[in-house]
Design a protein around this ligand. Structure first.
Ligand SMILES: Nc1ncnc2c1ncn2[C@@H]1O[C@H](COP(=O)(O)OP(=O)(O)OP(=O)(O)O)[C@@H](O)[C@H]1O
Length: 600
């Protein structure tokens, strides 16, 4: 089972795999030399040869005895070095793929499943690359050479041994498909259980609050049973395979001995050659025996490798769209295909921060657009509010701003450059997103802030906390910047978490700050005060920052320079709050619904 797709996963370590193969072949060569010396010694003893004539055989035998452990150690070290390198490379490729694919791709798969792919699937590939694959090559090289040698000594014994040796790896190929299928089932059951456990741990407070712990326990227990069934079903088939392989491995040398003895009695093989033929026959099957220990690693590696390959291939496809003709936001230009707006050196200083030009976006597999034919401009330095009912496309627009949701048709231009050309890599320095439920990392306030601004001084951090209205976090009685935030900010209130996330975004100093319900945990008065402060803050170079606020609540949008009202993915209306309310359109309806309590 050499899968070339899997070989590609080994990346630059493929060449190093040959070092393991060479060490394996060297070990086999030493074992063969030892076998030949043993045969010579036996023959010498049986025929009563002079001791001096056995000196060479004795030296070879002893030398092989000493060299074998050294070579074994060298091979083990190479296996660990190569496998370690492959794992590091693969994990880094998977993480890069995850980052490139962005939140849209991850929203269609479970985080626990992705976690088991990153940890367990990569771990499963270690024995595949480090043991199974090199041993496969060693087995065919040494087994094939020995059978050829046996044929030269005695064609009949050689052909019989060759035929049995061929049966060992080929007979199991009849149920390859069944084993691969069960391997897939096993992996699916394993990763699903893993994902359920991750979900349960993450959602434990919710499960307890809902009184659903018992039900969840039952579901986990059922998932555990499915995994057990899948494991046993795979194990049964593996055991049949191992049994058959073991039979051939024992029968092979025995048959060689019988055939050799028959050839001796018929006078076609010298009795003294029988020792050599028997010893060499044992050596033909020794690498097969080693290989049979790694059958399981082979199947497990193929199932894991297939999943990793699929993920990487999907990411490459997804990435090729965004990265096609990509240019960095630093002004490196590329030819703009299909008339897209290409980045230019003045991109950061454009008067227009954002321009949607007949922008439409449809999620893969959806039957309607999440964003439909949007046309508007957002001037640089302005504060803009995007409002709309739930599901109207506000967060999808935020994904488009970050280069994750690439326009299905039309164009989204940020600071003079098309997001299709910028890709996520290019959009990221231009747009800092703060989501409603931001992720904080275990550690101190300083640790979370310096994640984006490693060189920022304490006064920079304090100013940013002030600008985000989070100055109470500097309270010395709470250890100030060194105060721990807890697991995902568990030691902070919802509003403090959100303001710390806004501070983090401010420290990135990007031209556009995008707040997606980022202050929803605050009361309206405080939310307004923070937005006012954000309007006043300047970037490090003194230029005005464009602030885009996605809001459910109407209170924070009253003072916005421009309000964009989304409805079913379309731009229903736009203007200042007062103009729109005076127009008595969609915003008025939203306003009325909110004040009457229909909308939250
Ligand atoms: N990952 C996704 N895959 C498929 N469809 C999606 C995905 N995310 C959102 N949608 C759909 O796209 C439409 C717009 O969703 P979006 O999240 O942008 O709305 P929203 O205005 O931000 O809503 P809310 O105010 O509730 O957050 C909805 O119909 C939603 O069901």
């Amino acid at each position: 089972m050499i899968h070339f797709r899997l070989l590609r996963l080994a990346g630059t370590a493929t060449a190093l795999l040959s070092a393991i193969v060479l060490a394996g072949i060297a070990l086999s060569a030493v074992a063969i030399a030892q076998a030949i010396a043993t045969a010579a010694l036996f023959t010498g003893i049986v025929t009563g040869a002079a001791l001096e004539s056995l000196t060479v055989a004795t030296i070879v035998f002893t030398g092989a005895l000493l060299v074998r452990p050294v070579l074994s150690m060298a091979r083990e070290l190479t296996v660990h070095a190569v496998a370690g390198r492959i794992k590091v490379q693969l994990r880094s490729r998977i993480l890069t793929a995850e980052i490139t694919a962005g939140p849209l791709a991850s929203s269609t798969s479970r985080s626990g499943e992705r976690q088991s792919l990153l940890v367990d699937a990569v771990e499963n590939l270690e024995p595949y690359f480090g043991r199974y694959l090199p041993q496969l090559v060693v087995t065919f090289v040494t087994g094939g050479s020995l059978v050829a040698a046996l044929i030269m000594i005695d064609p009949v014994v050689g052909i019989v041994v060759g035929a049995i040796a061929l049966a060992v790896p080929f007979i199991p190929r009849f149920w390859d498909a069944a084993l691969a299928g069960r391997g897939e089932q096993h992996w699916a059951a394993y990763s699903s259980l893993h994902a359920d456990v991750v979900d349960s741990i993450r959602g434990m407070p919710t499960l307890k609050a809902l009184g659903a712990v018992h039900l969840r326990r039952q579901q986990l227990s059922a998932a555990g049973d499915s995994l057990l069934t899948a494991t046993l079903s795979q194990l049964k088939l593996s055991l049949v395979e191992s049994g058959l392989t073991s039979f051939f491995l024992v029968a092979g040398p025995a048959v060689a001995l019988l055939v050799g003895a028959a050839r001796v009695s018929s006078g076609e093989l010298a009795p003294t050659s029988l020792f050599l033929v028997t010893m060499l026959s044992f050596e033909v099957f020794r690498p097969f025996r080693d290989l049979s220990q790694y059958w399981h690693a082979g199947y497990a590696g193929v199932s894991a490798g297939n999943r990793i390959s699929a993920l990487l291939t999907n990411a490459e496809h997804a990435g090729s769209g965004a990265a096609g003709g990509a240019a960095t936001a630093t002004g490196v230009t590329a030819a703009a295909p299909h008339g897209l707006t290409s980045p230019h050196p003045a991109a950061h200083h454009s008067d227009i921060a954002v321009r949607a030009d007949s922008l439409s976006f449809r999620y893969p597999g959806a039957d309607s657009d999440a964003l439909h034919n949007l046309n508007f401009t957002i001037p640089t330095g302005s504060t803009v509010a995007i409002v709309g009912e739930s599901g109207s496309g506000k967060s999808t627009f935020a994904s488009a701003m970050l280069g994750f949701a690439q326009p299905t048709t039309g164009e989204l231009v940020i600071a003079g450059a098309s997001t299709a050309l910028l890709g996520h890599e290019g959009c990221s320095p231009l747009v800092s997103l703060v989501a409603q439920d931001p992720v904080l990392f275990t550690g101190s306030i300083r640790h979370n802030l310096q994640l984006v601004a490693p060189g920022a001084s304490d006064s920079d951090l304090s100013r940013a906390l002030f600008d985000a209205g989070a100055e109470e976090l500097l309270d010395p009685s709470r250890s100030g910047l060194d105060a721990p935030v807890g697991d995902n900010g568990g030691l902070l209130s919802g509003g403090q978490r959100q303001r710390l996330a806004i501070t983090r975004a401010l420290l990135r100093d990007s031209p556009i700050l995008l707040l997606d319900e980022a202050s929803s945990a605050l009361d309206a008065r405080r939310e307004n005060a923070i937005l006012e402060r954000l309007r006043e803050t300047r970037r490090a170079d003194g230029s005005a920052r464009t602030v885009i606020v996605i809001a459910h609540r109407l209170a924070p949008i009253r003072s916005a320079d421009l309000v964009l009202v989304f409805e079913n993915g379309c731009l229903a209306e736009s203007g200042t709050y007062d103009d729109l309310i005076a127009r008595d359109g969609v915003l008025t309806r939203l306003h009325a619904a909110q004040t009457s309590g229909v909308l939250a």
